[in-house]
Write a new protein. Structure first.
Length: 203
């Protein structure tokens, strides 16, 4: 998992409430277990019509937001089913941070496990960032995870809270596998001890 320390990028506004995981990545894209290529299905029904032809106007398809790495959204983002493909699709599209007043719990946890920083802020502060994001490519926002601050395009600063353990994992690029591998020496020592004391188990 890639480390998350500081991020300076344009922010895309998505002022919708209750954006569920089926909206983020529809069920027909769940057949794969690969984490790449899923950006093609990201917000598919908002981006394409029934014939698969592109619709006009979706924010992430606008030239001003083609390089956006931050998404500013409405309340209860990521609700619905627990599909991990949702953060995979967002990450595959380059989104590394989502700012919203609230998130569905499972989606929120899945973001941290996949290198995305979800930030909860009071609605008034999210509304300010949505206004900033409406500026298009000029809506450059800087996020400092170590300092837990967001700096807007005009220099205004907002502080945010994040669980200390999740912060540690993001700063060090540690997913569940990475956390386990930190104990590799202890695991190897246990396996060797067991092999010597119970050799028949190694057969």
């Amino acid at each position: 998992m890639d480390k998350f320390d500081k991020l300076t990028a344009s922010a895309a506004p998505l002022p919708m409430v209750n954006v569920d995981t089926d909206m983020i990545i529809p069920k027909q894209f769940l057949k794969t277990i690969k984490r790449t290529g899923l950006s093609e299905g990201l917000f598919y029904e908002m981006r394409y019509d029934e014939k698969g032809e592109p619709k006009e106007g979706f924010v992430l398809d606008q030239p001003a937001y083609k390089d956006a790495k931050i998404l500013v959204a409405g309340e209860n983002f990521g609700c619905g089913s627990s599909r991990e493909h949702a953060p995979w699709a967002l990450l595959d599209a380059g989104i590394r941070c989502i700012i919203a007043p609230s998130f569905a719990d499972i989606f929120y946890n899945n973001c941290f496990k996949n290198g995305i920083l979800p930030i909860k802020l009071p609605k008034e502060q999210v509304d300010l960032l949505l206004d900033d994001a409406e500026r298009g490519a000029n809506a450059v926002i800087s996020i400092d995870l170590e300092e837990q601050t967001i700096t807007g395009p005009d220099g205004g600063e907002i502080s945010f809270e994040v669980d200390a353990f999740r912060k540690h994992c993001l700063l060090n690029g540690l997913d569940d596998i990475g956390l386990t591998l930190q104990k590799a020496e202890a695991i190897s020592g246990y396996e060797e001890k067991q092999r010597l004391s119970q050799p028949w188990l190694a057969d």
